[in-house]
Design a binder for this molecule. Structure first.
Ligand code: NAP
Length: 483
């Protein structure tokens, strides 16, 4: 049932930061899986680039170890050797002139050229500049930039301006890996490929929308970076915002990069400023197994949030009056990402008060078990009269699509192949990123000016009590955070 694999054009892909965590955990194993799937043409070449001095053989050993550790998916052990023949390494310093000539000599002229900036954002400008200065970038070359794209509106604008000096917007691929998830794209298929949902997809029929991205882990080894950013910058400004856009946007005229991105941008621009009392920030405390957030980031006075919940409004005809509740946090009860479209009650119940209140909920699960459920109200079986019960119509992809349904490409694999194909639909445009910062900045500035301290919450909980109250005050409740 999984769609046919169409090989991409021949390419040279340079991964700056090829020795780093993201390259080892995601990019390189993902490329290997695409190779095994037959999507990579035989002459394709992958070149790792970083400062560490290493030869091709040393890098291949590192890639082999990374694929062993983080999952490859080869059916035939010989496939890994064959993949590694396409992998090489050049030592390059983004801030110096060493290595650039050697890197240029490695690249071919007659194929797609892509440069993946898997390094800290402080190096994006240096890399872009040197790619031009040393003549590596051609008019059709692409660059892929990782998050975080800026720390606020001003820095995102500066970064956009800097990259624009060297590359056209059509050559810049800003990755948000949430957009590469199968379910996220399915959201568009469900909305715009069926007649069932779109007529109901508005304030008249939708009571509210919940978007939850919950993690069970703490800040881990990223303490320094995280304490400087927090959940709003790290998750809401990008990932949750993208999900909100796909839920709220108007149907684009075509499934084509600028049509889709224009519609997403309109949503971001239609977002009202969020009132301070509609934002709840939290910080996880300690439990018997581990210390709390402040110990993790080694900052006993930290006021950075590891949890945030908020109520947003999209001010347009479709969504006037329908709240969008967003929440994300670390050290919560379960690892789950879910969008729930909660429909209104039926306008009149013919079954009387004892049948209770029931409503339809379309829940789109990004993880675990990517899939969708639609809660439908039916009669409770048995002789007890007309009692109603909500049952889920469950479409877990792994079940619905057979064994292949569980083998859909990981987000990074799909997105890297889109870069080679030259398809920007699932990448953020510069104006989208800036508009998202323009919405989140006043919230952050506001709590910083007020000196707000995040509310403590217990590890393994659903977040601070105030987040429950945010919905409770509106006569609603969050869906359970469960795996
Ligand atoms: P990392 O493990 O610290 O790796 C950084 C890489 O950059 C290393 O390969 C390093 O190698 C190279 N590097 C550093 N300075 C360099 C220079 N002057 N010239 C050339 N190469 C240089 O970082 P990461 O976790 O892989 O993250 C990379 C980027 O992806 C960051 O922007 C991060 O925010 C983003 N990201 C990461 C993840 C993740 O899961 N890790 C998820 C989302 C986004 P040398 O020291 O040998 O130069």
């Amino acid at each position: 049932m999984v769609s046919r694999v169409i090989p991409v054009d021949s390419f040279d892909l340079v991964i700056f930061g090829g020795t780093g965590d993201l390259a080892r955990r995601k990019i390189l194993p993902g490329l290997f899986r695409r190779f095994c799937a037959g999507q990579m043409p035989p002459e394709a070449q992958i070149v790792g680039a970083a400062r560490t001095e290493m030869d091709d053989a040393g890098f291949r050993d590192m890639v082999r170890a990374a694929i062993d550790e983080f999952g490859g998916g080869a059916e035939d052990p010989g496939q890994l050797d064959s993949f590694l023949e396409r992998v090489g390494y050049v030592a390059v310093d983004a801030k110096g002139d060493g290595g650039w000539k050697a890197l240029k000599d490695r690249l071919r002229d007659d194929c797609v050229r892509a440069f993946y900036f898997s390094v800290g954002p402080a190096l994006f400008g240096d890399l872009a500049e040197r790619l031009r200065a040393f003549g590596l970038a051609t008019e059709t070359s692409r660059i892929v930039v990782e998050k975080p794209f800026g720390h606020d509106l001003e820095s995102a604008r500066a970064l956009n301006r800097e990259l624009a000096q060297y590359f056209d917007e059509t050559q810049i691929y800003r990755i948000d890996h949430y957009l590469g998830k199968e379910t996220v794209q399915n959201l568009m298929a469900v909305r715009f490929g069926n007649v069932l949902f779109e007529p109901l997809w508005n304030a008249q029929f939708v009571d509210h929308i919940q978007i939850t991205v919950a993690e069970t882990v703490g800040v881990g080894g990223r303490g320094g970076y995280y304490d400087d950013s927090g959940a709003m910058r790290d998750m809401v400004q990008n990932h949750l915002m993208q999900l909100l856009c796909l839920i709220a946007m108007e149907p684009p005229a075509q499934f084509e990069p600028d049509s889709v991105r224009d519609e997403k941008l309109k949503v971001i621009r239609a977002l009202d400023p969020v009132e301070p009392h509609h934002i709840v920030r939290g910080q996880y405390g300690a439990d018997e197994k581990q210390p709390g957030y402040r110990a993790h980031v080694e900052n006993e006075r930290s006021r950075t949030e590891s949890f945030v919940a908020l109520k947003a409004h999209v001010s347009n005809w479709r969504w006037a009056g329908t709240p969008f509740y967003l929440r994300t946090g670390k050290m919560l009860r379960a690892r789950t990402s879910e969008i729930a479209v909660v429909f209104k009650d039926a306008p009149h119940s013919i079954f009387g008060a004892e049948a209770g209140r029931h409503n339809n909920v379309l829940a789109i699960r990004l993880q675990p078990n990517e899939g969708m459920t639609l809660d439908v109200t039916i009669k409770e079986p048995g002789p007890g009269g007309m009692r109603l019960v909500d049952v889920p119509l469950d479409m877990t992809f792994a079940d619905a699509l057979g064994p292949d349904g569980a083998n859909v490409p990981d987000a990074y694999e799909r997105l890297v192949m889109d870069v080679i194909r030259g398809n920007q639909t699932l990448f953020m445009r510069g104006d989208e990123v800036e508009a998202a910062w323009a919405w989140t900045d006043p919230m952050i500035d506001g709590w910083e000016a007020r000196g707000d301290v995040p509310k403590p919450y217990d590890p393994g909980s659903s977040g601070p009590e105030d987040a429950l109250m945010l919905l409770h005050r509106d006569g609603r409740r969050w869906r359970d955070i469960k795996a």
